[in-house]
Design a protein around this ligand. Structure first.
Ligand SMILES: [Zn+2]
Length: 291
């Protein structure tokens, strides 16, 4: 289990607590995390890859924003331990999710229990932002019936790897259009009245993948979803094996590098074991580049 990591940053002069909570863990094929080939070959390569990575975290980000608590992604829930969990998703999806990935989570690692340990009830969560519609990002939704669920409309409509039979029945997300521009990102949408959090279009991993940027007074934090699995991949321009939009992926990498030259940026992918420490120690992308 990966322990909760918490920090406080200043946003418009006010202290804002930010927590990294890993809701269980996942293993993926090594060539899924880091591709050695491109396009379809990269996909075939990880399907036939026999080697799995070590257990890696599934980070959920909790922002105690003055306008209300916002969380980014929701992790997995303990039902995933049942052998039949993916049966309702069809034969292919069942095979993909039980053969290419390994998930594990104890009930006390679910997002609801872990939020309780830091004094937050799921009822207090104002907004849940999903970076993309993969199981390890949406599967904790069941705890947030009373929250506004925000998803990029394009991702909701076009991600063919989504598993709608596993969504809660009550799910009626707020599907947003990314009609604003912010910094170097030409498709985005403000998430707060204070304009200090933005949903940014960062396609590649999925066609409508988004990241969430929190603009602090001293540095920005990018909750990066699955843009990469590790910070090093962005530094070295390396792709992961599962890319839905190759061109989008290249542009996404470029835009993040450009933004990191304008503002100190802490880059936090969802499955990067070091992301929690970088959040707490405010390790910027620039300092990782120089290391
Ligand atoms: Zn994903």
């Amino acid at each position: 289990m990966f322990p909760i990591q918490s920090t406080t940053i200043k946003v418009k002069g006010k202290p804002v607590k930010v927590h990294a909570i890993s809701t269980g863990s996942v293993k993926v094929k090594t060539k899924f995390r880091a591709a050695t080939k491109k396009g379809l070959f990269a996909k075939l390569d990880f399907v036939f890859d026999k080697e799995f990575t070590e257990w890696v975290p599934i980070w959920v980000w909790v922002i105690e924003h003055p306008e209300g608590i916002i969380i980014v992604d929701t992790g997995i829930n303990a039902n995933i331990n049942n052998e039949d969990y993916f049966k309702s998703t069809g034969i292919i999806n069942n095979w993909v999710n039980t053969s290419l990935f390994k998930f594990k989570i104890e009930p006390e690692e679910e997002i609801e229990s872990q939020l309780k340990t830091i004094g937050i009830s799921t009822k207090d969560v104002k907004k849940v932002i999903l970076t993309h519609m993969h199981i390890d990002h949406f599967d904790g939704l069941k705890f947030f019936k009373n929250s506004e669920i925000v998803i990029n409309k394009f991702e909701w409509t076009n991600n063919k790897e989504s598993l709608p039979s596993l969504y809660p029945d009550w799910l009626r997300p707020n599907l947003v259009d990314l009609t604003q521009s912010f910094s170097v990102f030409d498709k985005s949408c403000s998430l707060t009245k204070a304009n200090d959090m933005h949903l940014l279009f960062t396609p590649g991993h999925t066609v409508g993948h988004c990241s969430v940027l929190l603009s602090g007074d001293d540095h920005d934090i990018l909750f990066a979803g699955d843009i990469t699995y590790l910070e090093e991949q962005l530094i070295n321009g390396e792709f992961s094996g599962s890319i839905q939009d190759d061109e989008g992926n290249i542009e996404t990498y470029e835009k993040i590098l450009q933004h990191s030259q304008k503002r100190p940026l802490v880059f936090l992918p969802s499955h990067d074991v070091k992301a929690g420490e970088r959040l707490v120690n405010k390790v910027t992308f620039e300092s990782s580049l120089q290391a």
